[in-house]
Write a protein that binds this ligand. Structure first.
Ligand code: GRF
Length: 195
């Protein structure tokens, strides 16, 4: 079975989409571990609820990034993931981590390729729409080859329209629903095409 390590810092609704698709048999993977840098991340409870192992790797205040990244990689290694999925993991990972899982780290971002990198992409898209500068945004899943933020070879993306009668809430809900579907689609594709 194709093994996933899912990294999440917060709510974990995308993790939940993965867990739900595994439970219904639509996604042929095993979630081998869920890891977080935040001990109180709701994502950890979602994993525990369905018996998926969790690990928490908090960054110490005086810890160098490279040292943290090496510790995180070492914590995941025993679970032998075929793929590491960054699903709302709010840290930029350095070569120390990426080198441990070459070509095997993917990230989900709530914007189209080349647009709105970094945090609050949904809110920034919304502000641009209010200013008349944008009528759509989107979501993407991409490989993470290096420390570039929300960039890297795109695996798949989806356009999400912004409607005239939208509020930030209805727009954000549409983005998230699209993320949940796209992530499961991409993981299904990777799990079934990777030997
Ligand atoms: C998602 O919008 C994801 O694209 C971004 O962080 C958010 C995480 O949401 N990187 P959740 O924790 O999966 O609910």
């Amino acid at each position: 079975m194709y093994r996933l390590a899912v990294l999440a810092s917060g709510n974990g609704s995308n993790l939940q989409a993965i867990l739900d698709a595994v439970a219904t048999g639509d996604l042929p993977v095993e979630v081998a571990v869920v890891a977080s840098d935040q001990p109180d991340a709701h994502a950890l409870e979602r994993a525990t609820h369905v018996g998926v192992p969790t690990v928490v790797v908090e960054r110490q205040s005086d810890e160098a990034r490279a040292d943290y990244d090496a510790r995180l990689a070492a914590a995941l290694a025993p679970f032998e993931p075929d793929l590491v999925v960054l699903a709302g993991f709010m840290r930029i990972l350095s070569a120390k981590f990426l080198g441990a899982f070459p070509d095997r780290v993917v990230n989900l971002h709530p914007a189209l390729p080349g647009e709105l990198p970094g945090t609050h992409a949904i809110e920034r898209a919304w502000q641009e729409a209010l200013a008349g500068e944008r009528r759509q945004s989107g979501v993407m899943v991409h490989y993470v080859p290096d420390e570039g933020v929300d960039c890297g070879p795109v695996i798949a993306s989806r356009v999400v329209p912004i409607h005239l009668d939208d509020t930030l809430t209805t727009f954000a809900d549409r983005i998230h629903a699209t993320e949940h579907r796209l992530l499961v689609e991409v993981l299904t594709q990777l799990a079934t095409t990777t030997a």
